[in-house]
Design a protein around this ligand. Structure first.
Ligand code: GDP
Length: 448
């Protein structure tokens, strides 16, 4: 297969992981070791930063081990789906749209190092906005390179938008002020300010940007980064955000042989979304950054993804119906109990990831650990039950001998087994009450 798609190397690196699962029945702790190693390697080779790779691999393995069987879905397909969902999450989940000002012109301040494609981007962006019916004006703020001003004027002509210039003798913050006034007079919708890049970050550039920012009070401050620089791009976004405060990033040169590290690291490392991506030198080559489409492109397995989604949907429906039937007939048994508890524990490991986001740390790691420990304890005891006992918890309620045997086989105390049995019956009562309320009836009285 010839891969002209971007991130081709990452795609084939990940493919190695799926291949290793061919012929397996389920995902287990053991059989995901090799595939997880492939995923880790593929991401590192794509120049994703190490802490990001570690968290990603951890999140994927947690889910892979806990994932239930879905009829008709093979383990490798299941893993593809899990990786896809985590990739989407990693890249910020939702598309992050440009924000427009409700009063007066929207001001977009563009920053970035030299050669990343900033000047080209000014014109691309104006062209992009034009298609949305918005007028724009470019302001030439790169006073250190007369060629940059000429380039902007040329590009402006090419896409048919005015360019405000004031030569190279005026301070950028002054040019910004004049340009903005001009735009207001002309009732322009969006003002796009080009600024001077440097080969590296230096104080002069940051100070200048701060000054321009103060004058413009921009709606968007976007850092333009070159996708070819991989995880370095994510570090740059972080630095610019700390120094001047930005609202997002634009990735350029995604059409080149960039490996994916920038696209995958920026949001996670800096907390700032990628809003737009440039995929070529032409004026049309600019588009919004869609995390889901990007993940889809990386995996190159759209059909597998939609198949797994459908299967999951069907199963959720069947599960819910079956569970409802069981509860109504008080048949809720240890198999259901285990299923439920596992689902809750899976949510626990999700909250752990959510917990890393500041302000969302409601569930403490200690609580999650506690829930996971409980699950292990219960699993051990339920595994020591016979299939008949699992389906008929009454047997255990009635027989201390059975409880004693389970305690012994699972290495737990009789008291712990009794507690588990009691818990199941409590759950039956709670669920039955809940169903009664949901059905609109009165709370049913319970015979057991
Ligand atoms: P600046 O120094 O940041 O203003 O960079 P320029 O806008 O002058 O662009 C530097 C070079 O990168 C030019 O040759 C552009 O044509 C090229 N370039 C810009 N954006 C892209 C892109 O998305 N893809 C590719 N392949 N080349 C790009």
């Amino acid at each position: 297969v010839v891969r002209a798609e971007m991130f081709g190397q990452l795609t084939s690196g990940l493919e190695a992981a799926w291949t290793k699962l061919k012929g397996e029945e389920v995902l287990t702790k053991e059989n995901i070791v090799e595939p997880m190693r492939d995923i880790r390697r593929a991401l590192l080779e794509a120049d994703v930063s190490l802490p990001v790779v570690r968290r990603f691999v951890q999140a994927v393995s947690d889910q892979a081990v806990g994932v239930g069987l879905i009829r008709g879905v093979k383990p490798d397909q299941q893993l593809v789906k899990i990786v896809n969902d985590e990739l989407v999450k990693l890249m910020g989940g939702e598309v992050s749209e440009l924000v427009f000002s409700k009063s007066g012109p929207t001001v977009i301040l563009l920053a970035g190092l030299q050669g990343v494609g900033k000047t080209t981007l000014c014109a691309k962006l104006a062209n992009y906005l034009k298609k949305q019916g918005k007028s724009s004006m470019l302001i030439a703020g790169d006073v250190y390179r007369p060629a940059a001003i000429d380039q902007l004027v040329n590009l402006g002509e090419q896409v048919g938008v005015p360019v405000y210039t004031a030569g190279t003798e005026v301070k950028p913050s002054e040019i910004a002020k004049q340009g903005l006034e001009e735009a207001k007079k002309k009732k322009i919708d969006v003002v796009i300010m080009d600024t001077a890049g440097r080969l590296q970050i230096d104080k002069g550039m940051m100070d200048e940007l701060k000054e321009v920012k103060k004058v413009l009070n921009p709606t968007e401050v976007l850092l333009v980064v070159d996708a070819m620089t991989g995880q370095e791009a994510a570090a740059l976004v972080t630095t610019f955000n700390v120094e001047i405060g930005i609202t997002g990033a634009i990735l350029t040169k995604l059409d080149g042989d960039s490996r994916g590290g920038a696209a995958l690291s920026v949001k996670e490392v800096s907390g700032k979304p990628i809003k737009l991506v440039g995929r070529g030198e032409r004026m049309e080559d600019l588009e919004p950054f869609y995390p889901d489409r990007m993940a889809g492109r990386i995996l190159g397995m759209g059909d597998v993804l939609s198949f797994v989604e459908k299967a999951q949907e069907v199963m959720r429906q069947e599960d819910a119906e079956e569970l409802q039937k069981k509860i109504m007939s008080a048949k809720f048994d240890f198999n259901d109990f285990l299923k439920q508890t596992r689902a809750v524990a899976r949510m626990g490991s999700m909250t752990r990831v959510i917990g890393m986001i500041p302000g969302m740390g409601k569930v403490t790691p200690a609580q999650v650990r506690e829930a996971e420990k409980n699950l292990k304890l219960m699993e051990a005891m339920i595994e020591a039950m016979t299939p008949e006992e699992r389906e008929k918890p009454e047997l255990l309620a009635e027989s201390p001998d059975r409880r004693r045997r389970i305690a012994k086989d699972s290495g737990k105390t009789e008291q712990q087994v009794s507690q588990l049995v009691a818990q199941l019956f409590q759950m039956r009562v709670r669920m039955k009450n809940l169903m009664g309320i949901m059905e609109g009836g009165s709370i049913p009285t319970l015979s057991n």
